[in-house]
Write a protein that binds this ligand. Structure first.
Ligand code: COA
Length: 178
């Protein structure tokens, strides 16, 4: 696939088979698993392999999905950020996950702003982009605020959790970041 987004420090491209090992490895960290697995615990590699396969399959089924995020300076795979909308999702989401050793560099918001811009460009009728965030996930809430999302007041139930729906409306978002 020839999609390629570039930011000041990052390159975003569709997640591919060659990224599966990096994704599996990223998810072996308890800090990553805390808000990305059903029980918040690190899952065995075989389950994470299946999880990564689902992210690749999302591209096949929907024609869009998570971007692999690479650091320009080193070429390192630093995480995955981007759009997805699995069955049953309340709206098109922009999600994020950055390898623990790269936290705090502002990579998630940098990649997410490029992703949301791409989403609004690809889907001209889409009124808003959402992010589903656990009320205790302060890091993710910080990212949502930095990219211009606000808590909508809606709640989405997943895995027995009540996730807040953060959202950014097309018009306001494009006026600020477009
Ligand atoms: C949420 C996440 C993507 C943020 O990525 P990031 O590239 O570090 O984003 P930022 O650099 O903007 O940091 C966001 C916040 O994380 C916190 N943070 C940054 N570095 C940190 C570190 N080393 N340890 C703990 N928290 C840290 C800070 O509160 C920061 O907010 P601030 O800049 O206002 O101080 C990353 O923490 C992550 O992958 N977490 C696990 C997966 C996850 O929760 N995904 C979202 C599910 S909704």
């Amino acid at each position: 696939m020839s999609i390629r987004l570039e930011t000041e420090r990052l390159v975003l491209r569709p997640m591919e088979a060659r990224d599966v090992e990096s994704h599996v490895e990223m998810m072996q960290d308890p800090g990553m698993a805390a808000y990305l697995t059903p029980d918040g615990k690190v899952r065995p590699r075989m389950d994470e392999w299946r999880g990564a396969a689902m992210l690749l399959g999302h591209w096949q089924i929907r024609g869009f999905g998570f971007f692999s995020v690479e650091e320009k300076a080193t070429g390192d795979w630093v995480g995955r950020v981007g759009p997805w909308k699995p069955e049953g999702w309340p709206a098109l989401e922009c999600g994020w996950g950055i390898r623990k050793e790269h936290w705090g560099k502002g990579y998630a918001p940098e990649a997410a702003i490029a992703s949301v811009r791409w989403i609004f460009d690809q889907f001209p009728d889409l009124p808003r982009v959402i992010s589903l965030i656990d009320p205790e996930n302060a890091n993710s809430q910080a990212v949502a605020k930095k990219i211009g999302e606000e808590k909508s007041g809606e709640v989405f139930e997943l895995w027995g959790l009540r996730l807040d729906v953060w959202s950014a409306g097309r018009k306001d978002w494009l006026a600020r970041f477009g």
